[in-house]
Design a protein around this ligand. Structure first.
Ligand code: C3B
Length: 754
């Protein structure tokens, strides 16, 4: 393909005369056309991956790489005095996700297309995304993340369906993003929307009138659900998503020749967490509308739907009051009642019923009773589901349960974000690993080769320098690449325990103030958004930002310890941060992190994990061996036992462990409180009390060992050859964590697409 000609045709002028904006717009169009050429209409059976979130990241480079155009375009632009990096700055990151769940969905779409499988994503086109995080007075504040501008990769289609909600009719409109596979076919991500959305109803921050559904339906992902209107809005969103999905699915199947009784030969639906669960009663309803009996409709739906569980935290296993459903989607309530009734008659087990005693509808119970597959996302997580959280279901449906350990796409998380490492790996072991990730193992041959180890350290240093440059340019903060980059980036949640990391940093700060000078200089980096209504999570951010401010203004401490909290951590920032990391903090309370996928990205880019035996950390441990990972903390069995017998008492640790007391007390010290210019700070006081009276995620029992192991990792870092060897072995053993492997397993065990 003559890319130069295409670009010039699109521009209507020479590249050299065009502005970056014009080039960006032309590239979007050229890329979309090239991607459309790779669409395939064949394939009888199709996967529909329905998800409330797709955290896709910027698309330009990724699409160029997957279409095999990256080098060509890069050179062409250079030749004309332009820079692809500058043009990429104009590429807005689609704000359609929140955290791991949404990022996983995007990695999956990449792998599905790359493996040549027939599968599309279905979701919603949030205009303002989750939110954009800014810091003001050491507090998080939220503003709309307006990513849909004139020029995006979105393609407006003429597909539209009527959706009845709350006694009104809404007409949807479907937008598509093309999903390019690496040297393979193009699939689509379908994003449903309303034409009537009106962002002028947003007032201060991200507040808006929650009842104006025609104006607000797809404004934000996860609108605040701390009041009834907010919870109802989530039901509106979820139903809107699945009602459209069901229409699309049935239309496509019928057009390919399905008589609907054989729908399962044409369709498989993967329900990503409980948000899309209403697709089950809705598909049944639409099948009945198309003439099937309820018995047939239920049986067929059952054969088409599979469910992935991503968490054991009760807060995320949705339950909706039946009253809400009656007021918003009365058309599916009788179906839900039938589904419940059948389960109750068949099994006399209240705990697996769909409508509970308090008239709440358990979304997971619909999925598990009426889907044919239930999977967890890492080995340990699936075992916990089977043996504890979902044990009652497992006893009835053992054959439905299976594990699919998460993975990440190497196209984005290696080739695109770390080109120098990619290139070096290609020189050493050939290009095969890009398509067959297990070939990374060949790198092990070089584990004692000093030149290779040096070169790997050198690449890491360059990436650290590039990250420093980026932070200086975008945040005005000057970092020192010759310190250990010790990083924790992920959503802010108590179970992920950013507060444990913070306590270590306070301890280190106090030691330095007391004249105990550490041997290693460390830069602790955080990136995390807190859900707007999650008070304690915001308190943790406030405490981190307060410590950051203290240190930034203290030249004595700053030489040895920096604490940096990055604002608005997103895919774009992650792509710059991850290749620059030395130590990857994966310190959730064992049993609570279903899998984690950041842990895999860091490993692949040659960082060493410091973590608990939780989620996929367990499998990272098994793959790299104990020499090449730093493990600490209670085991998941110990944690589960502690919860069961209710024996945990944070006060005991506080009273008996002087280091814990010292660090926690510092939260409400005059240094920290003083930053507010007042004599008290509600947020810090609340966090202090939370530690003392609750510490629900058991920070204190793990504190001593965490500090010990972390300090050991820091001191091991001094021996650069040994350290680099650990990095090499992490990279070499990351092959298992490719999402290509995960998707092959989904397809083999669940989807069975050709
Ligand atoms: C996340 C989990 O917290 C992670 O452990 C897991 O790796 C990913 O999903 C992907 O499986 N998760 C999330 O981001 N949002 C939820 N609502 C539930 C789980």
């Amino acid at each position: 393909m003559d890319i130069e000609k295409k670009l010039v045709d699109e521009l209507g002028k020479n590249i050299i005369e065009a502005t970056n904006e014009e080039i960006y717009r032309a590239l979007v169009s050229v890329v979309n056309k090239a991607a459309i050429d790779k669409e395939e209409r064949n394939g009888k059976k199709k996967l529909y991956y329905i998800s409330a979130e797709f955290l896709i990241g910027k698309l330009l480079s990724n699409n160029l790489i997957n279409l095999g155009l990256f080098d060509e375009v890069h050179e062409l632009l250079e030749k004309n005095g332009k820079n692809l990096g500058d043009i990429e700055e104009l590429d807005a990151e689609p704000s359609l996700g929140n955290g791991g769940l949404g990022r996983l969905a995007s990695c999956f779409l990449d792998s599905i297309a790359t493996l040549g499988l027939n599968g599309d994503g279905v979701g919603l086109n949030y205009h303002m995304g989750l939110f954009k995080q800014t810091f003001k007075d050491r507090l998080q504040s939220e503003i709309p993340d307006k990513w849909i501008d004139k020029d995006t990769f979105l393609i407006k289609t003429d597909v539209s369906y009527p959706v009845s909600m709350g006694g009104k009719m809404y007409n949807s409109v479907m937008y598509d993003l093309l999903v390019t596979g690496y040297e393979n076919r193009t699939n689509r991500l379908h994003l449903f929307d309303l034409e009537t959305i009106d962002s002028s109803i947003i007032k201060n921050g991200i507040d808006f009138d929650k009842e104006a559904v025609d104006k607000n339906l797809t404004l934000f992902l996860y609108p605040d659900d701390s009041d009834e209107a907010g919870r109802k809005l989530r039901i509106y969103q979820q139903y809107f998503m699945v009602c459209n999905a069901a229409h699309l699915i049935l239309d496509e199947a019928v057009s390919k020749g399905s008589d609907l009784y054989n729908l399962d030969e044409y369709v498989v639906i993967q329900i990503n967490d409980t948000h899309p669960t209403m697709v089950i009663p809705e598909l049944i309803r639409q099948l009945m509308e198309r003439g099937l009996s309820i018995d047939d409709a239920i049986e067929i739906t059952n054969k088409c739907c599979a469910y992935t569980n991503h968490t054991i935290l009760a807060e995320a296993l949705e339950k909706w009051p039946i009253g809400y459903l009656k007021s918003i989607v009365p058309q599916i309530v009788p179906i839900i009642e039938v589904l419940d009734d059948r389960i109750r008659r068949k099994y006399e087990d209240e705990s697996i019923a769909i409508i509970d005693r308090n008239d709440f509808v358990s979304m997971a119970a619909i999925d598990i009773n009426y889907g044919y597959s239930v999977n967890g996302v890492a080995g340990l997580h699936t075992e916990i589901l089977k043996n504890t959280e979902l044990n009652n279901f497992y006893k009835i449906y053992p054959e439905k349960f299976n594990n699919k350990t998460n993975g990440i796409t190497f196209r984005r998380w290696l080739m695109s974000c770390n080109p120098s490492l990619t290139k070096y790996l290609e020189e050493l072991i050939g290009e095969g690993f890009i398509k067959d990730s297990f070939l990374l193992k060949k790198l092990e041959e070089y584990k004692d080769d000093k030149n290779v180890l040096n070169k790997l350290s050198e690449i890491k240093m360059q990436n650290k320098q590039a990250f420093c440059d980026y932070i200086e340019k975008t945040r005005g903060i000057i970092l020192d690449k010759d310190t250990i980059f010790d990083v924790q980036s992920k959503r802010l949640h108590e179970y992920k325990r950013q507060q444990l990391n913070l306590l270590w940093a306070i301890r280190r700060y106090l030691d330095i103030k007391a004249g105990i000078i550490p041997e290693e200089r460390v830069t602790v980096i955080f990136g995390a958004k807190a859900a707007p209504a999650y008070t304690i999570a915001k308190d943790i951010i406030h405490a981190i930002l307060s410590l950051m401010q203290l240190i930034e203004n203290d030249e004595d401490v700053k030489k040895y310890l920096r604490v940096i909290m990055l604002d608005n951590y997103n895919v774009d920032v992650a792509e710059k941060l991850i290749p620059a990391c030395d130590i990857s903090e994966q310190i959730s309370l064992a049993s609570k992190e279903a899998s984690g996928t950041g842990n895999m990205k860091y490993m692949l880019n040659g960082a060493v994990t410091l973590g608990t035996m939780d989620g996929a950390n367990v499998e990272i441990f098994e793959n790299v061996g104990e020499e090449n990972i730093y493990i600490f903390g209670l085991s998941s069995d110990e944690v589960i036992a502690k919860y069961k017998n209710g024996s945990y008492d944070p006060k005991y640790y506080y009273d008996n462990n002087a280091e814990i007391k010292r660090a926690v007390d510092f939260l409400v010290s005059k240094e920290m409180i003083g930053l507010s210019g007042k004599d008290h700070d509600e947020s810090l006081e609340r966090l202090y009390n939370e530690f003392l009276n609750k510490d629900y995620f058991m920070t204190f029992p793990d504190f001593d060992e965490y500090c010990k192991v972390r300090n050991k990792a820091h001191s091991d870092y001094k021996n650069q050859d040994e350290w680099s060897r650990k990095c090499l072995l992490n990279i070499a053993n990351a092959g298992y964590f490719s999402s290509d492997r995960t998707i092959e397993e989904y397809n083999r065990d669940i989807w069975k697409l050709q």
